[in-house]
Design a binder for this molecule. Structure first.
Ligand SMILES: Cc1cc2nc3c(=O)[nH]c(=O)nc-3n(C[C@H](O)[C@H](O)[C@H](O)COP(=O)(O)OP(=O)(O)OC[C@H]3O[C@@H](n4cnc5c(N)ncnc54)[C@H](O)[C@@H]3O)c2cc1C
Length: 591
């Protein structure tokens, strides 16, 4: 802090872009939504802050779920429903899960036809493999680049439909008047030019917030939680923000790669976890399944070894596959072999890897209606990882790629119907001016820089709201975040020939701070350990907490409320009861 900030002169002119449906986010969910809208005959525009070919969806590897029963004919959408509810520790919205499980086969087949080119069986049907916690082989895949192949197929389809997609457009505000959305304000990250995108319906598909943890499987400048903040500012409610999936094995070094995923397949193919004393510690946490235990149990074990001082000097544990022949490793784990050789010059057929848990997926997010994916704001819809409610307290692997296709199609349709039926659209110059004022207020000289503050926030989330939480640590975390918040007014934001990166980082930081606050508040309220949410001071699953927590923004302050769960039909309840517990995950671990 120190000397007060000086305002910079900026131009407040903006261009205008008008369409029926505006989609914020060019990831899988946003693109699928836009395609549906265009097919229904409305004009649709897609905007995203990242390059459309390099959105977070490209990282998805293992596969996408659909209960075709191509390999295990006993599979059914009802079993997919049951597996999802069980893995989510009962907190999922059953209607959302039912819709996903029912619709997945049709939409996975469709994206395959559009060019995703999934692996096929000899009979020409889509191949399916095991993914942890599925009763049957249900996961469809294209090698270990399923997310990329889905995204490329969607981009090809969008191009053929001539859907305009604008990259480098940073949305600062969803424009809302009288609780009705009418567009979004953006600036161009390269040149600062502002655009008001006017639309009858707005779809938010801006991804999650796992980059706000020090160790994260997301990359720089993605999943910073700005999607949640955009929703909150517009008037949406968030649900179950405390539920964040930690993957047990992310890279520890080099610094810039910390958190990058080390595939679960290493454990699936026989990798052993060792502490610094060479002890195979999983025998103390799950003596039967050892390294093949569930994701949450292994993440907890790794974390406990590290915090109790049995970790490596770099703050990890060892994952060793070097007892297997080199040919086996190169054949079964080619990406991992290359990843460690390229970044650390480590030959994993000779030396162990160092790994630690990494923040991987935001189960919580914007509260939506299960059937139409409407939010609390009229005309504003949400889809993909930015939403909450489908995955409960732990995401079943492969369900997120199914979600982006299904929720994308639903919002595309519903947003278009709204537009087609609309008689009048209100636009408020005052609201547009306020959005300009907000951007202007950030562009100024100051003596705080966003990147280190973002780094400090990531440290706080890791230390105070990480794999294992306590009330004391969570409350300390909130205080530490307040200190960062107090630095915001002194941020140095200077657009220059290099572009408007500073401004983007300033908005990202605000979004991250608010998402972090919402996550910690939810984590304080959930006084139990359930799925991915582990509390050292409340170690059991508690019946009293079989409920959801919602959060909204009132006068710039986050408010938490508790909400009862939705009912499950008798038929589906009985499917859940009949589902057998999986005791051996061998051959099931992928990503
Ligand atoms: C390493 C890894 C592996 C994974 N593997 C699998 C898997 O095998 N199976 C599976 O089901 N799931 C997997 N997942 C999860 C899955 O990839 C994601 O949940 C999913 O791709 C999210 O898609 P999305 O469209 O909701 O969001 P994203 O792909 O994150 O897209 C978000 C979009 O919003 C834009 N955006 C964000 N903020 C703004 C803003 N302020 N202004 C403008 N634009 C903005 C971004 O630029 C982007 O275009 C994996 C995740 C990781 C990290």
């Amino acid at each position: 802090m120190g000397k007060s900030a000086t305002k910079r002169k900026v131009s407040v002119k903006h261009s205008i872009n008008i369409s029926n449906v505006l989609v914020i986010g060019s990831g899988g969910a946003g693109l699928r939504a836009a395609i549906e809208a265009k097919k229904l005959g409305v004009e649709v525009t897609v905007i995203g802050k990242r390059l459309k070919e390099d959105v977070h969806t490209v990282l998805a590897a293992g596969g996408v779920n659909a209960a075709f029963g191509n390999v295990d004919s006993e599979d059914s959408w009802q079993q997919h429903f049951a597996d999802t509810m069980i893995e989510g520790y009962g907190l999922s919205d059953p209607k959302l899960v039912e819709i996903m499980a029912k619709k997945a086969p049709k939409l996975v087949k469709e994206i395959d036809k559009w060019g995703a080119n999934f692996a096929k069986l000899k009979n020409g049907k889509i191949d399916q493999r095991f993914f942890g916690a599925h009763t049957y082989r249900r996961t469809c895949y294209s090698g270990d680049y399923t997310g990329r192949s889905i995204l490329m197929a969607l981009l090809k389809k969008a191009k053929s439909l001539k859907i305009p997609i604008f990259d480098s457009q940073y949305v600062t505000e969803i424009l809302v008047h009288d609780n009705i959305s009418f567009g979004a304000m953006t600036f161009n990250i390269q040149n600062g030019e502002r655009t008001v995108f006017l639309a009858d319906s707005v779809i938010l598909a801006a991804g999650g917030h796992t980059r706000i943890w020090r160790k994260s499987s997301s990359r720089r400048n993605e999943n910073t939680g700005d999607g949640f903040y955009l929703g909150l500012k517009a008037g949406c409610e968030l649900i179950d923000m405390e539920l964040v999936q930690f993957h047990p094995t992310g890279m520890v070094i080099p610094e810039e790669m910390a958190g990058t995923l080390v595939t679960e397949a290493v454990r699936g193919e026989g990798g052993r976890l060792l502490n610094k004393n060479g002890e195979r510690f999983m025998k103390n946490y799950d003596p039967n399944r050892l390294e093949l235990s569930t994701r949450d149990v292994v993440a907890m074990a790794n974390y406990t070894e590290i915090v109790e001082g049995r970790g490596t000097d770099n703050g990890g544990v060892f994952l060793d596959i070097s007892h297997k022949p080199k040919e086996f490793i190169v054949e079964k784990l080619p990406r991992m072999y290359r990843q460690f050789l390229d970044t650390l010059m480590i030959d994993i057929s000779k030396s162990p890897m160092e790994v630690s848990p990494t923040a991987h997926y935001s189960m919580g997010g914007i509260l939506i209606d299960a059937k139409k994916h409407t939010t609390k704001v009229e005309g504003l819809y949400a889809a993909g990882e930015v939403t909450g409610g489908l995955h409960g307290a732990n995401r079943l692997g492969g369900n997120s790629l199914a979600e982006i296709l299904i929720s994308g199609k639903i919002v595309g349709k519903e947003a278009s119907i709204r537009s087609l039926e609309m008689k009048i659209q209100q636009r408020s110059h005052e609201i547009i001016k306020k959005a300009h004022d907000k951007i202007d207020s950030l562009i100024k000289d100051g003596n705080e820089v966003a990147r280190p503050l973002q780094r400090e926030l990531r440290n706080i989330m890791w230390e105070n709201c990480g794999v294992v939480r306590t009330e004391k640590k969570l409350k300390d975390g909130l205080n530490r975040i307040d200190t960062i918040r107090s630095c915001l007014e002194n941020l140095d934001v200077r657009p220059d020939s290099e572009g408007y990166q500073d401004l983007m980082l300033a908005f990202d930081l605000e979004g991250s701070i608010m998402s972090a606050g919402a996550t910690i508040l939810g984590a304080i309220e959930r006084k139990e350990s359930r799925g991915a949410h582990q509390r050292a001071d409340f170690v059991n699953v508690m019946n009293d907490f079989k409920r959801n927590f919602t959060i909204n923004l009132v006068d710039d302050t986050l408010k938490v409320k508790s909400k009862g769960l939705k009912k499950i039909s008798k038929e589906l309840q009985s499917k859940i009861k009949k589902t057998k517990k999986i005791v051996n995950y061998e051959g099931m671990l992928l990503e």
